[in-house]
Design a protein around this ligand. Sequence first.
Ligand SMILES: Nc1ccn([C@H]2C[C@H](O)[C@@H](COP(=O)(O)OP(=O)(O)OP(=O)(O)O)O2)c(=O)n1
Length: 119
Amino acid sequence: MICVSVGEVGEVSEIFQWRGEVPRGLPEWKEEEKQHLGEELSDVLLYLVRLSDICGIDLGQAALRKLSLNAVKYPVNLSRGSSKKHTLLHHSDTTTTTTTTTTNSDNDTKPTVVDSHAA
Ligand SMILES: Nc1ccn([C@H]2C[C@H](O)[C@@H](COP(=O)(O)OP(=O)(O)OP(=O)(O)O)O2)c(=O)n1
């Protein structure tokens, strides 16, 4: 299942091969090219959903949790317009960020983000 997923990602990659940088929304692409891209992206999504299901992972919940974690690692004020990895973003010395994971009654784990600013 992982191999087929990677294969589908490869098919998406192939569509973009040799096109260089493409503008947002792909305004110069033909309708059938965009439809083909949509089909390949859908294949990636459907395999990921299936793989998650087999592994017993609630992908929707996992993605929401990951978004919360990303917000801590890549704060908008530091990462907007930047392609730097979080390890290279210079977090302010006067700001500390704490992430804790809590488990609620439904046994869902959710990160709790606490930003505190030094006086
Ligand atoms: N400016 C950015 C860059 C990345 N991301 C998100 C997209 C992905 O969901 C995740 C990828 O981040 P990393 O490449 O840092 O990968 P990991 O989260 O796995 O971290 P690490 O590689 O340190 O384990 O972060 C983001 O929200 N904003």
